[in-house]
Design a protein around this ligand. Structure first.
Ligand code: SF4
Length: 411
């Protein structure tokens, strides 16, 4: 069901507290074979030009509703936010600062693609206040980059990291993919060793998944590529955990590692099921227990924002037409979200915090599922917290599916 919240209702969303801000830039120079994100290559120039003003208008539409909330983290995700021109980035960051209450020590992250990232652009981003760069590296093996349909070379990654350091970025994440079809353990080891040599503060290592609708899925379905081997991926994951611990990276989430104090503050908001506002095409929000998702298609998003903005200008009210759907999850769903997201963190879920938030303990809410997976050795309790065991990290989806509310489980 499509829900367009009328603006007066949005006033009720404001409360004391903090908020994470996500801004989606949906443009890419080409579409990577494995990518099922809301990203597009080859869109017309006029749409790219219209997108920044729409994003700024969407900020205006939300500003009153979230007044009083302190924004601690801002994350430019995509797509490829590093494709946005510095002039547009200057306009967007100025609008963020004027429309929202930004904490002085806010984390400003931006996702970047090494292919077209120049030193000049990085200098400009740093001058605009971006203080964390997240680079999509994925592999340092030329044939794997080709298979994934990435456009950069391993050498380009090394140059881009060097330039980012020279531009003053002292907080960098590198995204990597393991479990690529045909990738033996040694090749993954070679990539990770060379990435460790680059000394990023943060690493995200995800197992390749073949998502429906992607070029990779088509090739696998046609028999042109084999499926990723889950057993090899599990071995690679185990080795990664050991090696990154030796290299001084603390694992704080199933797929994320950081040097001490360099965990991604923005993503921690998601895993703690805390409020965030997503702006841009296809962006999701979670505010005071309400979930919302914007229209995916950039052209329709731009049109809808402009209509809403003009209506607000002319009448002082109206609807947020860029929101494609929204729902207020029931208590059972909120509890499931909190425990599933919280178990992704290595420290797991505080039993007392969960009780304080929901009025029941995790055992009262999910007793049979928790008992079952403690019995299987996938969950454990340590210092008043419930968390995945080492084995549970490998089989987390089996735990999570049993924690879903019945209707989502069956969906
Ligand atoms: S650069 Fe990122 S968002 Fe763009 S197509 Fe590739 S994986 Fe998807």
């Amino acid at each position: 069901m499509t829900v367009h919240p009328a603006s007066p209702n949005l006033e009720t969303l404001a409360r004391d507290g903090s908020l994470a801000l996500y801004l989606h830039i949906p443009f890419c120079t080409s579409k990577c074979g494995y990518c099922d994100f809301n990203s597009y290559a080859g869109l017309p120039d006029h749409l790219v030009a219209d997108y920044t003003p729409a994003l700024m208008r969407e900020m205006e539409l939300w500003a009153t509703a979230v007044r009083g909330l302190r924004v601690d983290t801002i994350f430019f995700g995509g797509g490829t936010p590093s494709l946005t021109s510095l002039d547009d980035m200057a306009a967007i960051t100025a609008a963020v600062r004027s429309q929202f209450d930004i904490a002085e020590d806010a984390e400003w992250s931006l996702e970047a693609n090494p292919t077209e990232l120049t030193r000049e652009h990085m200098d400009g981003l740093r001058a605009l206040g971006v203080n964390r760069l997240s680079m999509g590296v994925q592999s340092l093996q030329p044939d794997e980059l080709t298979l994934l349909e990435r456009q950069h070379s391993p050498e380009r990654v090394v140059e881009a990291v060097r330039d980012a350091r020279a531009a003053g970025f002292d907080n960098m994440n590198l995204d990597l993919i393991f479990g690529i079809m045909g990738q033996p353990l040694e090749r993954w080891q070679d990539t990770l060793e060379r990435v460790i040599d680059l000394a990023p503060e943060h690493l995200s290592c995800y197992a390749l998944t073949v998502e429906p609708g992607t070029a990779l899925h088509y090739q696998v379905a046609k028999g042109l590529l084999q499926e990723p081997d889950g057993d090899v991926a599990a071995d690679q994951y185990e080795w990664t955990r050991t090696r990154l611990a030796q290299a001084g990276y603390g694992q704080y989430e199933i797929s994320n590692w950081a040097k001490p104090g360099r965990e991604c503050r923005h993503n921690l908001v998601y895993w703690r099921a805390e409020p965030y506002l997503g702006l841009g095409a296809g962006a999701h929000s979670f505010l005071l227990g309400r979930r919302m998702a914007n229209i995916d298609a950039p052209n329709r998003y731009v049109e809808a924002v402009n209509e809403s903005w003009e209506e607000r200008r002319d009448t002082g009210g109206g609807q947020l037409r860029q929101i494609a759907g929204g729902e207020t999850p029931d208590e059972e769903t909120l509890r499931a979200d909190a425990i599933i997201l919280g178990l992704r963190l290595m420290r797991g879920v505080s039993i007392e915090d969960f009780r304080a938030r929901f009025g029941v303990t995790p055992d009262e809410a999910f007793g049979p599922a928790i008992a079952k997976h403690e019995g299987y050795g996938l969950l454990e309790r340590v210092d008043g917290r419930l968390r995945l065991t080492d084995r549970g990290l490998l089989l987390s989806n089996e735990v999570f599916v049993d924690l879903l509310p019945d209707d989502e489980d069956e969906a």
